[in-house]
Design a binder for this molecule. Sequence first.
Ligand code: ZN
Length: 168
Amino acid sequence: MIVEKNKVVSISYAATDDSGNVVDSNFDFEPLEYLHGHGNILQTLEMELDGLKVDEEKKVTLSAGQAYGDFDPELVFEVSREQFPEGAAGLELGSMVQSSDGMELIVTDIDGEKIVLDGNHPLAGRTLHFSVIVKNIREATSEELSHQHAHKHEHGDGSCGSNCGCSH
Ligand code: ZN
């Protein structure tokens, strides 16, 4: 069996930046299981995994645009403490807050009454070097195909149940 559309693929991966720092990895955890060919992982990465077999490894370099997007300076803005309805007492560098329209923002600077928020993905603007190992490939269930994502198989019956979290 090879990695191709509509197969459920398990991968272990690590991503490093240009300086060699590991910025994302699941080698210490369970492999990531996803339904191939449905845009559930970064699209360029998904295309590069096409045709691999179990235990095959692939190194893929993604530009910022292919990974988490170019850094957009317009998503960085300054607000005052008064603009936080629940107060800004608990905020510190790296805190996540949500804007009124649901956007995730990271506190990147606190200077007295001024707070700088950044709506870019934490990995925006970075070239990422992925190292991926295919751990398992299996057929998708019809339910997974209709939902267009993989389900966990804790009970071995392939049911969606409470593990899915999707609204189908
Ligand atoms: Zn589902």
